[in-house]
Design a protein around this ligand. Structure first.
Ligand SMILES: [Zn+2]
Length: 583
């Protein structure tokens, strides 16, 4: 096939014979994970899916796909996401624990932090499954590869593999690089050759490939050809602006797949909301290397979310990605990484979000107890997530009994009736137990006759003063057993001061308290439906390092609402860490 490749106008009928004898030579240590040309059909062409119902043909699919995570490079472009070198090492450990094929660790030439990461990685990272990849760009225009600093940094990063980006769009070469198309092609050829001469495995990120291909396919394909001829292992087609749609991906990727001997990979951004769908379409069209980020991190709308791409490929399309017995690590790893990058996990994130297997309505929850597949597209256990029953005033008795069972509590029918009554009344007052799992558990425990005996409040007082920096002072009077304790603390607000005073009062009795921290405090003013004034709802998130819980308080008085949420959060935390004392 010549460099003048087919255009979109050639249509889907344009095909090339697959697997015609040529094998791309691998250097020692260069492993073939999912080489495109050794594509084995997981499902025979046109073979219908099993089952007695509606039959439809599954597409031809490769047997396996390499998963290339770029959280530490492209993902860290996300607004508000900033990682220390230690954070990056810990994220890499999590990705390896998950079992991705490649971890792109950063751009060693671009900033000292990434250089330090690659310097420390050999001693501090022991990767079991993943191969570490350093990122960079091709040589600069008009420079020899051996004189180029970026390429030198890549070699010095001492990773087995490198990924270099090259502009694969005529417009970007002319407008951004301000060089000729021939020079852009030579930059790719020289750079890949230089890196291959240093025994490095080379991935080529063809930047703006899809947009470039639509405007001038001949040039975009010349970039790929140059990389292939110089020995690149994978040609990665990038949708850098994220605007491409699945039907375009299918046509363009199958054209490339048909025209090159080298493995085809893809890299999608989510600006059209199609990054995962595009990745799947690309695999169906022959790509066997998929890039993305766990949790879909990345600039603008983010990169393809590997937490969805992986289970879609493995569980639904039966294409091997990470090792099968590690798919259940997806949810814990996604949450652990969210904690490391310090961005709260999105509860609605497909497969791994806290809400995506949560069931609310009463009718629906009794149905799901009988048939779990009635309202769940997969068994949540497969991805390490779990079914959750959400309790609200809309919920019936069955939801509540599932919730109680989930907590290991036994509620007889009288207790159940009284909890339902309380829930209805409290939700009417402005409580919202769906989001306050900690307070809900205490409410259910109370219904079984349990009472917290960690402390008993006699009174509290909060004094706010405008004059000083830490101006709020709180005094708490409590009984612990028969001892009456009075303690005072200052804080930068009422919750902070009350928290300090309560800890000062009971901290020495309950050492576990030092491991419990308030992590978030949210206030919302609710309009009363009756127009008799507004009430304040306070939500407090607390953590003991392993798990997080939310408690709620509602009152016309913000301090009282805060105290309720605070006191529940401490009781719940102590209950978790010192069962006997509170039971
Ligand atoms: Zn990108």
């Amino acid at each position: 096939m010549s460099n003048e490749g087919p255009t979109l106008a050639d249509g889907p009928g344009h095909t090339h014979p697959h697997g015609h004898g040529h094998t791309h030579s691998l250097t020692p240590g260069q492993e073939s994970h999912a080489q495109g040309k050794e594509r084995v059909r997981a499902t025979g062409h046109g073979r219908p899916a099993e089952g007695p119902g509606h039959r439809f043909d599954l597409p031809d699919l490769p047997e396996a796909v390499d998963v290339f995570d770029t959280t530490l490079r492209d993902g860290s472009q996300q607004e508000g996401l900033s990682l220390t070198v230690d954070d990056k090492l810990r994220v890499a450990e999590q990705l390896d624990h998950l079992g991705v094929t490649f971890i792109e660790g950063g751009w060693p030439g671009a900033n000292p932090k990434d250089a330090e990461f690659f310097a420390r990685a050999p001693a501090e990272l022991s990767l079991g499954t993943a191969t570490l990849v350093a990122f960079g760009s091709t040589r600069r225009s008009g420079l020899r590869a051996e004189d180029d600093e970026t390429l030198r940094h890549l070699v010095e990063a001492r990773t087995p593999a490198v990924c270099i980006v090259a502009k694969a769009s005529e417009m970007h070469v002319v407008e951004a690089l301000r060089t000729t198309l021939d020079e852009a092609v030579a930059m790719v050829a020289d750079s890949v050759e230089f890196l291959r001469a240093h025994d490095l495995r080379v991935f080529l990120d063809a930047e703006h490939f899809f947009d470039g291909y639509k405007a001038n396919p001949q040039f975009s394909l010349r970039i790929l050809r140059a990389a292939e001829e110089a020995g690149a292992e994978t040609l990665v087609l990038c949708d850098t602006n994220g605007g491409t749609l699945p039907h375009e991906v299918e046509r363009i990727v199958s054209t490339v797949f048909g025209g090159y001997e080298t493995q085809v990979g893809v890299h999608f951004h989510n600006d059209s909301g199609c990054a995962v769908a595009n990745s799947l379409a690309a695999v169906a069209a022959g790509a066997t290397h998929v890039q993305g980020c766990v949790n879909g991190y990345g600039e603008r709308a983010g990169n393809a979310d590997l937490s969805a791409t992986i289970p879609d490929l493995s569980l639904k399309l039966h294409v091997r990605t990470i090792p099968a017995d590690r798919i259940e690590r997806l949810t814990p790893v996604a949450h652990h990484i969210a904690e490391l990058v310090n961005i709260p996990p999105n509860p609605q994130q497909p497969f791994v979000g806290a809400s995506v297997f949560a069931h609310k309505a009463g009718l629906h929850t009794s149905a799901i107890a009988r048939r779990s597949d009635a309202y769940e597209h997969i068994s949540p256990d497969l991805v390490g997530n779990g079914t959750r029953f959400v309790v609200s005033e809309m919920a019936g008795r069955s939801t509540l009994s599932f919730k109680a069972a989930e907590l290991g509590l036994e509620l007889d029918s009288a207790a159940m009736a009284s909890v339902l009554d309380s829930l209805k009344r409290l939700e009417h007052e402005g409580y919202h137990f769906e989001v306050a799992d900690g307070s809900l558990e205490l409410l259910l425990r109370n219904a079984t006759g349990w009472e917290q005996r960690f402390f008993e409040l006699e009174s509290y007082r909060v004094i706010a003063d405008h004059s000083a920096a830490r101006a709020t002072e709180a005094t708490v009077k409590v009984l612990v057993g028969t001892d009456r304790i009075v303690a005072t603390a200052e804080g930068n607000g009422p919750v902070n001061a009350l928290d300090g005073a309560l800890r000062a009062a009971i901290g020495s009795r309950y050492p576990a308290l030092s491991g419990i921290h308030l992590v978030d405090y949210r206030v919302r003013v609710l309009d009363s439906a009756k127009g008799t004034g507004s009430v304040t709802r306070v939500l407090i998130d607390s953590s003991d390092g392993d798990r997080t819980w939310t408690t709620i308080g509602v009152s016309e008085d913000i301090i009282e609402a805060s105290w309720q949420a605070l006191s529940d959060s401490i009781v719940y935390g102590l209950l978790r860490t010192s069962e006997p004392a509170g039971a």
